[in-house]
Design a protein. Structure first.
Length: 125
């Protein structure tokens, strides 16, 4: 996987719980403003770049539209397709029934693979 893009902005937010196995997954904010793993079709705030091991520990989140990140796949995906979060924060192809998508896959792969992803969140209509 080619991954040369270096211009990005990451923010640091406290984790809602143990996210030590959730690196490169979509995250959203809980009601307390902590990052938690995003659910299917959620318009997440970004992709977790590290692995905070306990509640309250800072997690680094890539947030800016137009930047590249890596994502863990939750199923088979095709380069160029729009991507959303599955129930576990992993990236899957968007379906016409999803309300929003998070960006576009820059590579193809299958469940468990890590591929480049262009963050460009949008609502579907």
């Amino acid at each position: 996987m080619s991954f040369d893009h270096t211009a990005h902005l990451d923010i640091s937010l406290p984790a809602a719980g143990d996210l030590s196995t959730k690196q490169y997954r979509f995250v959203s904010l809980d009601s307390s403003g902590n990052i938690a793993v995003a659910t299917r079709g959620a318009l997440a705030i970004g992709v977790l770049q590290d692995n905070p091991g306990a509640a309250g520990r800072p997690g680094r989140v890539r947030t800016v539209s137009g930047t590249m990140t890596k994502v863990v796949l939750g199923g088979s995906v095709t380069a160029g397709q729009a991507g959303v979060s599955d129930a576990n924060g992993a990236a899957v192809n968007a379906a016409s029934t999803d309300n929003a998508y998070m960006g576009f896959f820059q590579g193809s792969g299958s469940s468990g693979d890590i591929v480049a992803f262009l963050l460009q969140p949008r609502g579907l209509s």
